[in-house]
Ligand binder design. Structure first.
Ligand code: AMP
Length: 548
Protein backbone atom coordinates (compact mmCIF):
# COMPACT_ATOMS: atom_id res chain seq x y z
CA UNK A 1 0.00 0.00 0.00
CA UNK A 2 1.31 3.45 -0.91
CA UNK A 3 1.41 6.13 1.78
CA UNK A 4 -0.77 9.19 1.40
CA UNK A 5 1.80 11.88 2.10
CA UNK A 6 2.94 14.78 -0.06
CA UNK A 7 6.03 13.79 -1.97
CA UNK A 8 7.88 17.12 -1.56
CA UNK A 9 11.47 16.84 -2.69
CA UNK A 10 14.17 17.67 -0.13
CA UNK A 11 15.61 20.87 -1.60
CA UNK A 12 18.46 23.00 -0.23
CA UNK A 13 16.48 26.10 -1.25
CA UNK A 14 13.79 25.03 1.24
CA UNK A 15 16.20 25.80 4.11
CA UNK A 16 16.64 29.35 2.88
CA UNK A 17 12.92 29.85 2.18
CA UNK A 18 12.09 28.64 5.68
CA UNK A 19 14.83 30.61 7.42
CA UNK A 20 14.05 33.99 5.91
CA UNK A 21 10.33 33.61 6.69
CA UNK A 22 10.69 32.19 10.21
CA UNK A 23 13.74 34.20 11.33
CA UNK A 24 13.78 37.38 9.19
CA UNK A 25 15.69 39.44 11.75
CA UNK A 26 18.29 36.82 12.71
CA UNK A 27 21.83 38.04 12.01
CA UNK A 28 24.78 36.85 9.95
CA UNK A 29 28.02 38.60 10.88
CA UNK A 30 31.09 38.24 8.63
CA UNK A 31 34.70 39.32 8.47
CA UNK A 32 35.58 40.32 4.89
CA UNK A 33 38.37 42.28 3.27
CA UNK A 34 36.06 45.12 2.22
CA UNK A 35 34.23 45.23 5.57
CA UNK A 36 35.87 43.91 8.75
CA UNK A 37 32.50 43.36 10.44
CA UNK A 38 29.72 43.02 7.90
CA UNK A 39 26.29 42.47 9.40
CA UNK A 40 22.96 41.67 7.82
CA UNK A 41 19.78 39.66 8.45
CA UNK A 42 18.39 36.39 7.12
CA UNK A 43 15.90 38.55 5.18
CA UNK A 44 18.74 40.38 3.39
CA UNK A 45 20.49 37.03 2.90
CA UNK A 46 17.41 35.59 1.17
CA UNK A 47 16.97 38.63 -1.08
CA UNK A 48 20.63 38.71 -2.12
CA UNK A 49 20.69 34.96 -2.77
CA UNK A 50 17.75 35.40 -5.16
CA UNK A 51 19.61 38.26 -6.88
CA UNK A 52 22.59 35.96 -7.23
CA UNK A 53 20.41 33.21 -8.71
CA UNK A 54 19.22 35.75 -11.31
CA UNK A 55 22.83 36.80 -11.94
CA UNK A 56 23.83 33.19 -12.58
CA UNK A 57 21.08 32.92 -15.19
CA UNK A 58 22.20 36.20 -16.80
CA UNK A 59 25.77 34.87 -16.95
CA UNK A 60 24.48 31.78 -18.79
CA UNK A 61 24.72 29.11 -16.10
CA UNK A 62 22.63 26.03 -16.91
CA UNK A 63 21.13 23.27 -14.75
CA UNK A 64 23.93 20.92 -13.67
CA UNK A 65 26.80 23.33 -14.41
CA UNK A 66 29.62 23.24 -11.90
CA UNK A 67 30.29 26.61 -10.28
CA UNK A 68 33.61 26.76 -8.43
CA UNK A 69 34.30 28.76 -5.28
CA UNK A 70 37.71 29.63 -3.86
CA UNK A 71 36.69 31.51 -0.76
CA UNK A 72 36.67 31.86 3.02
CA UNK A 73 33.78 31.77 5.46
CA UNK A 74 31.62 34.82 4.84
CA UNK A 75 28.13 35.90 3.76
CA UNK A 76 28.94 35.96 0.04
CA UNK A 77 30.09 32.38 0.18
CA UNK A 78 26.84 31.50 2.00
CA UNK A 79 24.86 33.21 -0.75
CA UNK A 80 26.71 31.04 -3.28
CA UNK A 81 25.97 27.86 -1.31
CA UNK A 82 22.24 28.56 -1.57
CA UNK A 83 21.91 30.35 -4.94
CA UNK A 84 24.03 27.86 -6.88
CA UNK A 85 22.53 24.66 -5.46
CA UNK A 86 19.08 26.20 -5.10
CA UNK A 87 18.87 26.99 -8.81
CA UNK A 88 20.02 23.52 -9.88
CA UNK A 89 23.76 24.03 -10.39
CA UNK A 90 26.54 22.35 -8.44
CA UNK A 91 28.40 24.40 -5.82
CA UNK A 92 31.97 23.18 -6.11
CA UNK A 93 34.03 24.42 -3.16
CA UNK A 94 37.80 24.39 -3.69
CA UNK A 95 40.51 24.67 -1.05
CA UNK A 96 42.72 27.70 -1.89
CA UNK A 97 45.52 26.32 0.27
CA UNK A 98 46.19 23.34 -1.98
CA UNK A 99 49.16 23.41 -4.33
CA UNK A 100 48.33 25.55 -7.41
CA UNK A 101 48.65 22.54 -9.73
CA UNK A 102 46.13 20.64 -7.59
CA UNK A 103 43.73 23.59 -7.74
CA UNK A 104 44.05 23.65 -11.56
CA UNK A 105 43.55 19.87 -11.72
CA UNK A 106 40.41 20.06 -9.59
CA UNK A 107 38.88 22.96 -11.58
CA UNK A 108 39.57 21.20 -14.88
CA UNK A 109 38.41 17.79 -13.68
CA UNK A 110 35.09 19.19 -12.44
CA UNK A 111 34.86 21.34 -15.61
CA UNK A 112 33.87 24.41 -13.64
CA UNK A 113 32.12 27.01 -15.80
CA UNK A 114 32.57 30.00 -13.50
CA UNK A 115 34.87 30.54 -10.54
CA UNK A 116 33.84 32.80 -7.68
CA UNK A 117 37.00 33.86 -5.91
CA UNK A 118 37.81 35.81 -2.76
CA UNK A 119 39.82 38.93 -3.45
CA UNK A 120 42.72 37.52 -1.39
CA UNK A 121 42.79 34.35 -3.50
CA UNK A 122 42.57 36.17 -6.84
CA UNK A 123 46.39 36.11 -7.42
CA UNK A 124 46.16 32.30 -7.47
CA UNK A 125 43.62 32.43 -10.31
CA UNK A 126 45.74 34.94 -12.22
CA UNK A 127 48.73 32.62 -11.91
CA UNK A 128 46.65 29.68 -13.18
CA UNK A 129 44.74 31.50 -15.91
CA UNK A 130 46.45 29.72 -18.82
CA UNK A 131 45.68 26.31 -17.31
CA UNK A 132 41.95 26.67 -16.70
CA UNK A 133 40.45 25.07 -19.78
CA UNK A 134 36.70 25.52 -19.45
CA UNK A 135 36.33 28.47 -17.10
CA UNK A 136 34.33 31.21 -18.83
CA UNK A 137 34.17 33.85 -16.12
CA UNK A 138 35.92 34.74 -12.91
CA UNK A 139 33.80 36.60 -10.37
CA UNK A 140 35.71 38.38 -7.61
CA UNK A 141 33.70 38.30 -4.38
CA UNK A 142 34.04 41.94 -3.38
CA UNK A 143 32.77 45.48 -3.94
CA UNK A 144 33.88 47.64 -6.92
CA UNK A 145 36.20 49.72 -4.70
CA UNK A 146 38.16 46.65 -3.59
CA UNK A 147 38.48 45.05 -7.06
CA UNK A 148 42.05 44.03 -7.89
CA UNK A 149 43.80 45.31 -11.02
CA UNK A 150 44.08 42.66 -13.68
CA UNK A 151 44.87 42.17 -17.34
CA UNK A 152 42.38 39.28 -17.58
CA UNK A 153 39.32 40.20 -19.64
CA UNK A 154 36.80 37.74 -18.17
CA UNK A 155 36.82 39.10 -14.62
CA UNK A 156 33.64 40.48 -13.05
CA UNK A 157 32.89 42.13 -9.69
CA UNK A 158 30.41 40.23 -7.47
CA UNK A 159 28.66 43.33 -6.15
CA UNK A 160 28.36 44.90 -9.61
CA UNK A 161 26.76 41.68 -10.79
CA UNK A 162 24.20 41.66 -7.97
CA UNK A 163 23.47 45.37 -8.33
CA UNK A 164 22.08 44.77 -11.82
CA UNK A 165 19.56 42.11 -10.72
CA UNK A 166 16.22 42.15 -8.93
CA UNK A 167 15.44 39.95 -5.96
CA UNK A 168 12.47 38.01 -7.24
CA UNK A 169 13.28 34.44 -8.17
CA UNK A 170 11.27 31.23 -7.81
CA UNK A 171 13.46 28.45 -6.49
CA UNK A 172 12.80 25.49 -8.80
CA UNK A 173 11.82 22.06 -7.46
CA UNK A 174 13.48 19.03 -9.04
CA UNK A 175 14.61 15.52 -8.11
CA UNK A 176 16.18 15.54 -4.63
CA UNK A 177 18.91 13.19 -5.84
CA UNK A 178 20.28 15.90 -8.15
CA UNK A 179 23.88 16.94 -7.42
CA UNK A 180 24.02 20.02 -5.19
CA UNK A 181 27.67 20.28 -4.24
CA UNK A 182 31.11 18.92 -4.86
CA UNK A 183 34.23 18.72 -2.76
CA UNK A 184 37.50 17.06 -3.71
CA UNK A 185 39.21 15.01 -1.04
CA UNK A 186 42.57 16.37 0.00
CA UNK A 187 44.21 12.96 -0.30
CA UNK A 188 47.94 12.99 0.33
CA UNK A 189 48.55 10.47 -2.47
CA UNK A 190 47.34 10.49 -6.08
CA UNK A 191 45.07 13.09 -7.63
CA UNK A 192 42.27 14.58 -5.56
CA UNK A 193 38.93 12.77 -5.98
CA UNK A 194 35.56 14.46 -6.32
CA UNK A 195 32.78 13.70 -3.85
CA UNK A 196 29.35 14.74 -5.15
CA UNK A 197 26.61 15.59 -2.63
CA UNK A 198 22.88 15.67 -3.41
CA UNK A 199 20.06 17.85 -2.14
CA UNK A 200 18.67 14.82 -0.34
CA UNK A 201 21.97 13.84 1.32
CA UNK A 202 22.63 17.45 2.36
CA UNK A 203 19.21 17.92 3.96
CA UNK A 204 19.28 14.58 5.78
CA UNK A 205 22.80 15.33 7.01
CA UNK A 206 21.71 18.79 8.19
CA UNK A 207 18.71 17.37 10.07
CA UNK A 208 20.87 14.88 11.93
CA UNK A 209 23.69 17.43 12.31
CA UNK A 210 21.31 19.78 14.10
CA UNK A 211 20.11 17.20 16.65
CA UNK A 212 20.81 18.10 20.29
CA UNK A 213 23.53 15.48 20.61
CA UNK A 214 25.14 16.40 17.29
CA UNK A 215 25.88 20.11 17.17
CA UNK A 216 22.88 21.07 19.26
CA UNK A 217 22.08 23.84 16.76
CA UNK A 218 19.18 26.00 17.96
CA UNK A 219 17.68 29.39 17.22
CA UNK A 220 19.08 30.61 20.56
CA UNK A 221 22.65 29.62 19.75
CA UNK A 222 25.30 31.83 18.20
CA UNK A 223 27.32 29.63 15.93
CA UNK A 224 30.75 30.32 14.46
CA UNK A 225 32.01 27.73 11.96
CA UNK A 226 35.78 28.09 11.88
CA UNK A 227 36.15 24.96 9.81
CA UNK A 228 36.43 26.34 6.28
CA UNK A 229 33.49 26.33 3.89
CA UNK A 230 35.77 24.59 1.39
CA UNK A 231 36.30 21.67 3.80
CA UNK A 232 33.24 19.41 3.47
CA UNK A 233 30.77 22.29 3.50
CA UNK A 234 32.11 23.55 6.83
CA UNK A 235 30.90 20.21 8.26
CA UNK A 236 27.34 21.09 7.22
CA UNK A 237 27.01 23.97 9.70
CA UNK A 238 25.82 26.47 7.04
CA UNK A 239 22.83 24.19 6.42
CA UNK A 240 22.06 22.92 9.95
CA UNK A 241 22.40 26.32 11.66
CA UNK A 242 20.36 28.23 9.12
CA UNK A 243 17.71 25.48 9.17
CA UNK A 244 17.13 26.11 12.88
CA UNK A 245 17.64 29.89 12.75
CA UNK A 246 20.90 30.36 14.70
CA UNK A 247 22.84 33.60 14.52
CA UNK A 248 25.91 32.92 12.41
CA UNK A 249 29.36 34.45 12.83
CA UNK A 250 31.69 33.93 9.87
CA UNK A 251 35.40 34.60 10.55
CA UNK A 252 36.38 35.21 6.90
CA UNK A 253 40.06 34.67 6.13
CA UNK A 254 41.00 34.88 9.85
CA UNK A 255 40.51 31.18 10.52
CA UNK A 256 43.72 30.56 12.44
CA UNK A 257 44.11 33.92 14.16
CA UNK A 258 43.56 33.53 17.92
CA UNK A 259 43.06 37.26 18.45
CA UNK A 260 40.32 37.60 15.81
CA UNK A 261 38.60 34.43 16.98
CA UNK A 262 38.59 35.67 20.56
CA UNK A 263 37.27 39.09 19.52
CA UNK A 264 34.44 37.47 17.55
CA UNK A 265 33.53 35.02 20.31
CA UNK A 266 33.37 37.73 22.96
CA UNK A 267 31.97 40.47 20.73
CA UNK A 268 29.17 38.37 19.24
CA UNK A 269 28.68 36.09 22.28
CA UNK A 270 29.38 32.92 20.30
CA UNK A 271 28.05 29.83 22.11
CA UNK A 272 29.06 27.08 19.66
CA UNK A 273 32.02 26.90 17.33
CA UNK A 274 33.64 24.17 15.28
CA UNK A 275 37.17 23.71 14.01
CA UNK A 276 40.11 21.35 13.63
CA UNK A 277 42.39 20.91 16.69
CA UNK A 278 45.09 23.26 15.32
CA UNK A 279 42.55 26.11 15.37
CA UNK A 280 41.77 25.43 19.01
CA UNK A 281 45.49 25.36 19.78
CA UNK A 282 45.83 28.83 18.23
CA UNK A 283 42.92 30.16 20.29
CA UNK A 284 44.08 28.57 23.56
CA UNK A 285 47.59 29.86 22.98
CA UNK A 286 46.22 33.38 22.57
CA UNK A 287 44.06 33.06 25.71
CA UNK A 288 46.99 31.72 27.66
CA UNK A 289 49.28 34.59 26.61
CA UNK A 290 46.73 37.35 27.22
CA UNK A 291 44.80 35.97 30.20
CA UNK A 292 41.59 36.59 28.26
CA UNK A 293 38.58 34.27 28.41
CA UNK A 294 35.78 32.95 26.20
CA UNK A 295 32.91 32.99 28.67
CA UNK A 296 30.07 32.62 26.18
CA UNK A 297 31.57 29.56 24.45
CA UNK A 298 29.66 26.53 25.79
CA UNK A 299 30.79 24.02 23.18
CA UNK A 300 33.87 23.68 20.99
CA UNK A 301 33.22 21.15 18.24
CA UNK A 302 36.32 19.43 16.95
CA UNK A 303 37.11 16.85 14.29
CA UNK A 304 39.18 16.28 11.19
CA UNK A 305 42.02 14.89 13.30
CA UNK A 306 42.38 13.35 16.76
CA UNK A 307 42.00 16.06 19.40
CA UNK A 308 44.97 16.18 21.79
CA UNK A 309 43.83 15.60 25.35
CA UNK A 310 45.54 18.84 26.47
CA UNK A 311 43.03 20.86 24.41
CA UNK A 312 40.10 18.99 25.96
CA UNK A 313 41.46 19.42 29.49
CA UNK A 314 42.22 23.12 29.13
CA UNK A 315 38.82 23.91 27.65
CA UNK A 316 37.01 21.88 30.32
CA UNK A 317 38.97 22.82 33.39
CA UNK A 318 40.08 26.38 32.68
CA UNK A 319 37.29 27.79 30.54
CA UNK A 320 34.26 25.57 31.29
CA UNK A 321 33.82 24.79 27.58
CA UNK A 322 32.80 21.26 26.60
CA UNK A 323 34.80 19.76 23.74
CA UNK A 324 32.56 17.76 21.42
CA UNK A 325 34.71 15.57 19.26
CA UNK A 326 33.26 14.16 16.05
CA UNK A 327 34.67 12.01 13.33
CA UNK A 328 33.88 11.86 9.64
CA UNK A 329 35.23 12.29 6.15
CA UNK A 330 34.67 14.33 3.00
CA UNK A 331 33.04 11.15 1.63
CA UNK A 332 30.60 11.19 4.58
CA UNK A 333 29.34 14.81 4.28
CA UNK A 334 31.15 14.51 6.88
CA UNK A 335 29.30 13.49 10.07
CA UNK A 336 29.78 9.88 11.23
CA UNK A 337 30.22 9.85 15.00
CA UNK A 338 30.08 12.40 17.81
CA UNK A 339 30.49 12.71 21.58
CA UNK A 340 27.07 12.04 23.13
CA UNK A 341 27.08 11.27 26.87
CA UNK A 342 24.03 9.58 28.42
CA UNK A 343 22.38 10.07 31.81
CA UNK A 344 24.23 7.03 33.16
CA UNK A 345 27.42 9.09 32.76
CA UNK A 346 26.09 11.90 34.96
CA UNK A 347 28.18 10.72 37.92
CA UNK A 348 31.38 10.33 35.89
CA UNK A 349 34.34 12.25 37.22
CA UNK A 350 35.73 15.08 35.11
CA UNK A 351 38.68 12.84 34.19
CA UNK A 352 36.33 10.10 32.98
CA UNK A 353 34.37 12.57 30.87
CA UNK A 354 37.58 13.96 29.39
CA UNK A 355 38.55 10.39 28.51
CA UNK A 356 35.27 10.01 26.63
CA UNK A 357 35.68 13.33 24.84
CA UNK A 358 39.07 12.16 23.63
CA UNK A 359 37.34 9.32 21.75
CA UNK A 360 35.55 9.90 18.48
CA UNK A 361 32.03 9.33 19.81
CA UNK A 362 28.99 7.25 18.93
CA UNK A 363 27.60 6.87 15.43
CA UNK A 364 24.72 9.21 14.69
CA UNK A 365 21.42 7.87 13.38
CA UNK A 366 21.82 7.26 9.64
CA UNK A 367 25.42 6.08 9.81
CA UNK A 368 26.14 2.38 10.24
CA UNK A 369 29.61 1.41 11.43
CA UNK A 370 31.53 -1.83 11.45
CA UNK A 371 35.10 -2.90 12.07
CA UNK A 372 36.56 -5.86 10.22
CA UNK A 373 39.72 -7.94 10.29
CA UNK A 374 42.02 -8.58 7.32
CA UNK A 375 39.60 -11.22 5.97
CA UNK A 376 36.64 -8.83 6.22
CA UNK A 377 35.19 -10.69 9.23
CA UNK A 378 33.22 -8.38 11.49
CA UNK A 379 34.89 -7.71 14.85
CA UNK A 380 33.11 -7.28 18.21
CA UNK A 381 32.43 -3.92 19.86
CA UNK A 382 34.40 -4.91 22.95
CA UNK A 383 36.93 -2.09 23.26
CA UNK A 384 39.75 -4.54 22.57
CA UNK A 385 39.51 -5.71 18.94
CA UNK A 386 40.47 -3.16 16.32
CA UNK A 387 40.29 -3.31 12.56
CA UNK A 388 39.42 -1.50 9.33
CA UNK A 389 36.48 0.84 9.83
CA UNK A 390 33.65 0.67 7.29
CA UNK A 391 30.49 2.77 7.00
CA UNK A 392 27.27 3.07 5.04
CA UNK A 393 24.33 5.44 4.97
CA UNK A 394 22.36 7.96 2.91
CA UNK A 395 24.96 10.76 3.07
CA UNK A 396 27.94 8.55 2.31
CA UNK A 397 29.56 8.57 -1.16
CA UNK A 398 28.87 5.65 -3.48
CA UNK A 399 31.73 6.63 -5.80
CA UNK A 400 33.91 9.51 -6.97
CA UNK A 401 33.15 11.88 -9.85
CA UNK A 402 34.30 10.48 -13.18
CA UNK A 403 35.51 7.21 -11.61
CA UNK A 404 34.10 3.71 -11.25
CA UNK A 405 30.74 3.41 -9.47
CA UNK A 406 31.08 -0.37 -9.23
CA UNK A 407 31.60 -1.56 -5.65
CA UNK A 408 34.81 -3.51 -5.32
CA UNK A 409 36.60 -1.74 -8.19
CA UNK A 410 39.97 -0.26 -7.36
CA UNK A 411 38.95 3.36 -7.81
CA UNK A 412 35.56 2.94 -6.11
CA UNK A 413 35.64 3.66 -2.33
CA UNK A 414 32.84 1.15 -1.74
CA UNK A 415 33.88 -2.47 -1.25
CA UNK A 416 32.09 -5.37 -2.91
CA UNK A 417 30.10 -5.80 0.33
CA UNK A 418 28.49 -2.38 -0.18
CA UNK A 419 30.34 -0.60 2.65
CA UNK A 420 32.67 2.38 2.24
CA UNK A 421 36.15 1.60 3.45
CA UNK A 422 37.22 4.66 5.46
CA UNK A 423 40.95 3.92 5.50
CA UNK A 424 40.81 4.34 9.29
CA UNK A 425 41.58 1.70 11.88
CA UNK A 426 39.31 1.76 14.93
CA UNK A 427 38.02 -0.04 17.98
CA UNK A 428 34.50 0.31 19.31
CA UNK A 429 33.80 0.18 23.04
CA UNK A 430 30.85 -1.71 24.55
CA UNK A 431 29.18 1.66 25.34
CA UNK A 432 29.13 2.47 21.59
CA UNK A 433 32.02 4.98 21.63
CA UNK A 434 34.27 4.56 18.61
CA UNK A 435 37.97 5.21 18.93
CA UNK A 436 40.16 5.81 15.91
CA UNK A 437 43.47 4.11 16.50
CA UNK A 438 45.06 5.17 13.24
CA UNK A 439 44.92 5.67 9.50
CA UNK A 440 45.60 2.33 7.83
CA UNK A 441 48.74 3.77 6.29
CA UNK A 442 49.98 5.44 9.49
CA UNK A 443 49.84 2.37 11.73
CA UNK A 444 53.32 1.47 12.95
CA UNK A 445 54.01 -2.23 12.52
CA UNK A 446 56.72 -3.29 14.91
CA UNK A 447 57.79 -6.91 15.43
CA UNK A 448 54.31 -8.21 14.57
CA UNK A 449 52.50 -5.71 16.84
CA UNK A 450 50.38 -2.87 15.50
CA UNK A 451 51.05 0.37 17.31
CA UNK A 452 48.71 3.33 17.02
CA UNK A 453 50.60 6.50 16.11
CA UNK A 454 47.67 8.47 17.59
CA UNK A 455 48.10 6.78 21.00
CA UNK A 456 51.75 7.82 21.08
CA UNK A 457 50.90 11.37 20.00
CA UNK A 458 48.15 11.69 22.62
CA UNK A 459 50.44 10.36 25.34
CA UNK A 460 53.22 12.80 24.39
CA UNK A 461 50.84 15.75 24.07
CA UNK A 462 49.50 15.06 27.56
CA UNK A 463 52.88 16.23 28.95
CA UNK A 464 52.52 19.88 29.94
CA UNK A 465 55.84 20.75 28.25
CA UNK A 466 54.76 19.41 24.84
CA UNK A 467 52.80 21.61 22.45
CA UNK A 468 52.30 19.13 19.60
CA UNK A 469 53.64 15.70 18.69
CA UNK A 470 53.71 13.35 15.71
CA UNK A 471 54.70 9.68 15.63
CA UNK A 472 55.79 7.85 12.50
CA UNK A 473 57.22 4.40 11.87
CA UNK A 474 60.85 4.28 10.65
CA UNK A 475 62.88 1.35 9.45
CA UNK A 476 64.50 -0.77 12.12
CA UNK A 477 66.80 -3.70 11.24
CA UNK A 478 65.43 -5.97 13.97
CA UNK A 479 61.75 -4.95 14.34
CA UNK A 480 61.10 -3.81 10.74
CA UNK A 481 59.63 -0.56 12.05
CA UNK A 482 59.90 1.32 15.31
CA UNK A 483 58.10 4.50 16.39
CA UNK A 484 59.92 7.83 16.10
CA UNK A 485 58.41 10.77 17.95
CA UNK A 486 58.76 14.28 16.57
CA UNK A 487 57.63 16.94 19.01
CA UNK A 488 57.34 20.68 19.55
CA UNK A 489 58.05 21.96 23.07
CA UNK A 490 55.81 24.52 24.74
CA UNK A 491 57.43 27.99 24.65
CA UNK A 492 60.06 28.20 27.40
CA UNK A 493 59.90 24.49 28.30
CA UNK A 494 63.20 22.69 28.66
CA UNK A 495 62.13 19.05 28.71
CA UNK A 496 64.67 16.73 27.13
CA UNK A 497 64.44 13.44 25.30
CA UNK A 498 65.13 11.22 28.33
CA UNK A 499 62.52 12.93 30.49
CA UNK A 500 59.89 12.58 27.77
CA UNK A 501 60.73 8.91 27.17
CA UNK A 502 60.49 8.22 30.92
CA UNK A 503 57.09 9.94 30.96
CA UNK A 504 55.89 7.84 28.01
CA UNK A 505 56.98 4.57 29.63
CA UNK A 506 54.20 5.02 32.19
CA UNK A 507 51.59 5.71 29.57
CA UNK A 508 52.22 3.25 26.74
CA UNK A 509 52.79 -0.44 26.11
CA UNK A 510 56.48 -1.28 26.21
CA UNK A 511 56.64 -1.81 22.46
CA UNK A 512 54.81 1.46 21.75
CA UNK A 513 57.37 3.68 23.53
CA UNK A 514 59.28 5.46 20.75
CA UNK A 515 62.91 4.54 20.22
CA UNK A 516 63.84 8.17 19.75
CA UNK A 517 62.50 11.71 20.10
CA UNK A 518 63.41 14.60 17.82
CA UNK A 519 62.42 18.11 18.90
CA UNK A 520 61.46 20.52 16.11
CA UNK A 521 60.21 24.10 15.85
CA UNK A 522 57.36 23.27 13.49
CA UNK A 523 55.33 20.29 12.27
CA UNK A 524 53.91 20.15 8.74
CA UNK A 525 50.11 20.25 8.34
CA UNK A 526 47.95 19.55 5.31
CA UNK A 527 45.76 22.20 3.72
CA UNK A 528 42.94 21.10 6.03
CA UNK A 529 45.01 21.35 9.21
CA UNK A 530 45.90 17.69 9.75
CA UNK A 531 49.40 16.52 10.64
CA UNK A 532 51.04 15.78 7.30
CA UNK A 533 52.54 12.36 8.01
CA UNK A 534 53.54 11.91 4.37
CA UNK A 535 55.71 15.05 4.53
CA UNK A 536 57.17 13.87 7.84
CA UNK A 537 57.99 10.42 6.47
CA UNK A 538 59.67 12.13 3.51
CA UNK A 539 61.62 14.49 5.78
CA UNK A 540 62.82 11.62 7.97
CA UNK A 541 63.28 9.09 5.19
CA UNK A 542 67.02 8.76 5.79
CA UNK A 543 66.66 8.80 9.57
CA UNK A 544 68.41 6.00 11.46
CA UNK A 545 67.69 5.10 15.10
CA UNK A 546 70.67 5.51 17.46
CA UNK A 547 72.44 2.21 18.16
CA UNK A 548 70.93 0.56 21.25
P1 AMP B 1 38.83 14.55 5.36
O1 AMP B 1 38.09 13.84 4.33
O2 AMP B 1 39.91 15.44 4.83
O3 AMP B 1 37.92 15.29 6.28
O4 AMP B 1 39.60 13.47 6.24
C1 AMP B 1 38.92 12.41 6.85
C2 AMP B 1 39.87 11.69 7.76
O5 AMP B 1 40.29 12.54 8.82
C3 AMP B 1 39.26 10.49 8.45
O6 AMP B 1 39.23 9.34 7.63
C4 AMP B 1 40.20 10.33 9.64
O7 AMP B 1 41.40 9.69 9.28
C5 AMP B 1 40.54 11.76 9.99
N1 AMP B 1 39.67 12.22 11.08
C6 AMP B 1 38.54 12.93 11.00
N2 AMP B 1 38.05 13.19 12.22
C7 AMP B 1 38.88 12.60 13.12
C8 AMP B 1 38.92 12.49 14.56
N3 AMP B 1 38.02 13.07 15.34
N4 AMP B 1 39.94 11.79 15.09
C9 AMP B 1 40.88 11.19 14.33
N5 AMP B 1 40.91 11.28 12.99
C10 AMP B 1 39.92 11.97 12.38
Amino acid sequence: MQALMMNSQLMISSILKHAEKAFPTQEIVSVTVDNPLHRYTYKDFGARSRKLANALTTLGAKFGDRIGTLAWNDYRHLELYYAVSGSGMVCHTINPKLFPEQVAYIINHAEDKFIFVDVLVFPLIEALKDHLKKVEKIIVMTSPAAMPETSMDNVVCYETLLEAENDSFEWPEFDENTASGMCYTSGTTGNPKGVVYSHRSTILHALVGALPDSTGARAEEVCMPIVPMFHVNAWGVPYASIMVGSKLVMPGPKLADGETLHKLIEGEQVTYSSGVPTIWMALLDYLNKTGKRVNSLKTAGTGGAACPIGIIETFNKKYGTTVKQGWGMTEMSPLGTIYSPTAEMADYTQEQLIGLQAKQGRCVFGVELKIVDEDNNELPWDGVAFGALKVRGPWIASGYYGMSQTPGDNDCPVDSDGWLNTGDVAMIHPNGFMQITDRTKDVIKTGGEWVSSIDIENAAASHTDIAEAAAIGRYHPKWTERPLLIAIKQPGANIDKDALMAFLKDKLHKWAVPDDVVFVEELPHTATGKLNKLALREKFKDYEFPAA
